[in-house]
Design a protein around this ligand. Structure first.
Ligand code: B12
Length: 208
């Protein structure tokens, strides 16, 4: 068994197999980062390519995502293994109109692993819900995810409302179509292209 088998199990939509495959790699002491990147994340990238090329459709994309999530749950204890005292509270969510949650979940897990208390608002979160949750939880940081170009403007709306409300929480953004230029343009406090980068941002913006 190998990481390639994990990659293939996602492409072949084998929901029943992936948990055992991931566990086998963990037992074999394969690097967790490699399982995550080369097995799980790369497979979703390939699913996206096949969707763009019209070789795979929404129902398959959904099953691939479900398969990936099962694999991610097996990795979860290793990703959140933390022995650090609480560092602060982060609100995470995917913005209004957007139902993609795998990247957001990964960011949440890694932030948890770094000692942050994570309040996950799920998907399709409107700016007011981000604002309310940040106030109620006295959050230091809000991490927003968007996977669709059409939902990126919601991030701008959200940043604007936070600045107006002057709550003091910092805002970071991410997701496949988001980039540094966009983050600067909307006056977000930070951007990263991946979950470890989100943790670095969080540590810098919310010092222990
Ligand atoms: C799986 C998937 C789905 C699943 C989602 C299931 C789920 N529970 O998430 C389903 C089938 C529901 C779906 C639906 C749709 N999808 Co879709 N989907 C994907 C796919 C294949 C993978 C996304 C994924 O999970 N990637 C893996 C994770 C780990 O990566 P990630 O999300 O990018 O997250 C990483 C970083 O971006 C970053 N990050 C993420 N969030 C954050 C937040 C912060 C703060 C930070 C710092 C970092 C960060 O860290 C993460 C880990 O490293 C992508 C293709 C792709 N290459 O992205 C298309 C894709 C995003 N989908 C697309 C489309 C078009 C759709 C639909 C409109 C299709 C349709 N016709 O219905 C619908 C929209 C539904 C909706 N309203 O949201 C397009 C978007 C095109 C665009 N430019 O807008 C893509 C790019 C496919 C393509 N190539 O065309 N989709």
């Amino acid at each position: 068994m190998s990481i390639e088998d994990i990659f293939q199990s996602i492409l072949q939509l084998k929901r029943g197999e992936i948990a055992d495959l991931v566990q086998a790699e963990i037992d074999a002491k394969t690097d967790v980062g490699a399982i995550l990147e080369q097995g799980l994340i790369n497979a979703m990238g390939e699913v996206g390519n096949q969707f763009s090329e019209g070789r795979l459709f929404v129902p398959e994309m959904l099953r691939a995502a479900e398969t990936m999530k099962i694999g991610l749950e097996v990795l979860r204890p290793l990703l959140v293994e933390a022995d650090i005292k609480p560092r602060g509270t982060v609100i995470v969510g995917t913005v209004k109109g957007d139902l993609h949650d795998i990247g957001k979940n990964l960011v949440g897990m890694m932030l948890e692993g770094a000692g942050f208390t994570v309040v996950d608002l799920g998907v399709d979160v409107d700016p007011k819900a981000f604002l309310d949750a940040a106030g109620e939880n006295r959050a230091q940081l809000v991490a927003m995810s968007a996977l669709l170009t059409t939902t990126m403007p919601v991030m701008a709306d959200c940043v604007g409302r936070f600045k107006e409300a002057n709550l003091g929480a910092r805002l970071i953004v991410g997701g496949a179509p988001v980039n540094q230029d966009f983050a600067i343009k909307i006056s977000a406090d930070g951007y990263s292209s991946d979950a470890p980068g989100a943790v670095e941002l969080a540590k810098n913006l919310v010092p222990a």
